[in-house]
Unconditional design. Structure first.
Length: 268
């Protein structure tokens, strides 16, 4: 009984420190504004195009895009949104049958599948927003898969809007150099830099601020964690994990102290 009373705040703290898409993303207001504008201009404005989002792990790429898609869910209702994690695909060319399945097309393989998709994406219909996370998993010999995907928005009468996310900053320069020969075919670029110490501190404070009662983690400890993580990687997921583990250690200490306390009124 005593532990349940004292342990509630620790359970809440661990819950808010879990890596999930929050209602507000601290320190990424500018990047979210660019994502909103891109979707507004291309999906809602029916202008095919592509966007390449880069940044190291834990810099908020996927979280920001997920938040923007949730915020724009009603506006995007008239279009078709397909989100694929390329890490889950068996091979780079598997992206084509996976996309065909999401679009309700007969599943085919090889060139036949690509031709079927091209025909579908240039026919009359709603805009198609294709989000490819872990895009660098589609690199292949000759980069034919990546070139095909990024050239689709430039086809006559295309209704495809492509958003690719990957860790590498230079993927488009390294693997898609041919697109630069056609300025209209080059994807718009958006880079997510590592989080700074100040940004990480605000993220941790915002998360733990949702727990009622006295602060569980001291402000100086949060700043220490943010400073160390920003010096190593600027990875927000790492900072959240460090704090969550610290809360778990504290919870175990409190559990031990509580079990050793004498019960009131001489209860056995």
């Amino acid at each position: 009984r005593l532990f349940r009373q004292e342990g509630t705040c620790y359970q809440q703290a661990k819950q808010v420190l879990h890596v999930a898409v929050p209602d507000q993303l601290q320190g990424r207001e500018q990047e979210m504004g660019i994502l909103h504008q891109f979707l507004q201009e291309h999906v809602l404005g029916r202008r095919p195009g592509s966007l390449y989002v880069s940044g190291a792990p834990g810099t908020g790429k996927t979280a920001c895009l997920s938040r923007v898609l949730l915020d724009c869910k009603e506006k995007l209702a008239r279009s078709k949104t397909v989100v694929l994690n390329c890490m889950a695909l068996g091979s780079p060319h598997s992206v084509f049958p996976a996309l065909a399945k999401h679009l309700g097309l007969p599943v085919a393989t090889g060139r036949e599948c690509v031709q079927s998709l091209e025909k579908h994406l240039t026919a009359q219909g709603p805009m198609v927003l294709l989000v490819l996370d872990e895009l660098d998993q589609l690199e292949s010999k000759g980069q034919d898969v990546l070139y095909t995907l990024f050239e689709w928005p430039q086809l006559p009468s295309s209704r495809l809007v492509l958003v690719g996310l990957a860790n590498a900053l230079d993927l488009t320069d390294r693997s898609l150099a041919r697109l630069r020969a056609h300025p209209a075919g080059s994807p718009q670029l958006l880079h997510f830099p590592p989080y700074t110490k100040e940004q990480l501190t605000r993220i941790l404070q915002q998360r733990l601020g949702q727990v009622a009662g006295d602060p569980i983690v001291d402000s100086a400890a949060l700043q220490f964690c943010a400073r160390k993580v920003s010096a190593v990687s600027g990875d927000a997921r790492m900072a959240l994990d460090v704090c969550r583990r610290a809360v778990e250690v504290l919870e175990l200490e409190v559990r031990g102290q509580t079990l050793l306390k004498p019960l009131p009124r001489g209860e056995s």
